[in-house]
Design a binder for this molecule. Structure first.
Ligand code: NAP
Length: 293
């Protein structure tokens, strides 16, 4: 693959994650064209960062060397990539499409193949690090697809990625993100149980957190979510709706590869309970709410 010089980029989906990620690209001096389904978000992004707003995904990518999307689930990605005004119909030959949404490995492989037949490259590149990681440009990016396309795209993704890692062929990024979510699910539930136990024991939670964070119980979740769990603050971060979607993707994949996920399956049900209580947009650490009753 010839070396691509990347100057013009498109970004589709200016949500909690996409908005700051696209902002890093604009700050890096790239010419950015954005598309967002809700027009007001695209307008305010352009007001803040400059660049251009397009009326459709297809129009956004028409001149781009590289295009990005960060939308919700498989159906949303299918809409913005393959819908009637979708991006794939507008991609230039030899260009690169990078999807940062968390979706199934199946759709990642399907879009890779469709892109290949249409003459451009597709990388599945889900992220970890949450809203603050996106804002600070400190995401972990897990990439699947062709190594050469990855090498051409790596430096651009590094504008918002602290680590940008190629894990293998199409779907490997999404499979790695599933590993990440499986590792988090049980951990968040265990942390909620631990904090609930600490409170019910009459201990000073802040001092407990301080001491156990230095030992074997230490984790990102403990450092960033334990104190807010105890305070009952869940109006930030990574939504319950997204976490449940992600765990359902993991459980589907595990049915195919035979991996046992007993704890993940249980925690997925707890997130379902939170959704029934209309807590779908709360942070995924709100598992604590189910214990506090
Ligand atoms: P979000 O704030 O809800 O934003 C979703 C974006 O996708 C919005 O721009 C939305 O447009 C757009 N969208 C959704 N469905 C669409 C459709 N059918 N057609 C066109 N546009 C559509 O979500 P987010 O938190 O940024 O998350 C985006 C992705 O990153 C998800 O896959 C999520 O699992 C993953 N992720 C999120 C986090 C996190 O901490 N938030 C961390 C890691 C990974 P509108 O503005 O019109 O609704």
């Amino acid at each position: 693959m010839a070396e691509i010089s990347i100057k013009k980029v498109a970004f589709i989906g200016l949500g909690v994650m996409g908005n700051p990620m696209a902002g890093h690209l604009a700050r890096a001096g790239l010419e950015v064209t954005v598309f967002n389904r809700t027009v007001a978000k695209a307008e305010s992004w352009v007001e803040r960062y400059g660049g251009r707003r397009a009326a459709t995904s297809r129009e956004a990518v028409s001149d781009a060397d590289m295009a990005f999307s960060c939308v919700g689930n498989d159906d949303d990605l299918r809409d913005v990539a393959l819908g009637p005004e979708g991006a794939f119909a507008g991609m230039k030959p030899g260009s690169i499409y990078v999807d940062h949404s968390t979706v199934s490995a199946g759709i990642a492989r399907e879009l890779y193949e469709t892109a290949r037949l249409m003459g451009f490259h597709f990388l599945d590149a889900p992220v970890s690090g949450g809203q603050s990681g996106a804002e600070k440009g400190a995401l972990s990016i897990m990439v699947g697809g062709d190594a050469e396309a990855f090498e051409s795209a790596r430096a651009v993704m590094a504008r918002y990625g602290r680590t940008v890692t190629h894990l293998g062929g199409p779907g490997a990024g999404q499979l790695t993100k599933m590993v990440n979510q499986i590792a988090i699910a049980g951990l968040v539930q265990a942390l909620a149980e631990a904090m609930n136990f600490a409170v019910r024991s009459g201990l000073a939670a802040d001092r407990v957190i301080e001491v156990i964070s230095k030992g074997a119980a230490g984790s990102w979740q403990l450092d960033n979510r334990a104190a807010t769990m105890v305070e009952g603050r869940f109006d930030f971060g990574f939504a319950v709706d997204w976490m449940r979607k992600d765990l359902q993707i993991c459980l589907d994949e595990a049915r195919r590869n035979g991996a046992a996920l007993p704890v993940t399956a249980l925690v997925e049900q707890f997130y379902g309970l939170l959704q029934k209580r209309e807590c779908g947009r709360l942070d995924s650490s709100s598992l604590m709410k189910l214990l506090a009753e």
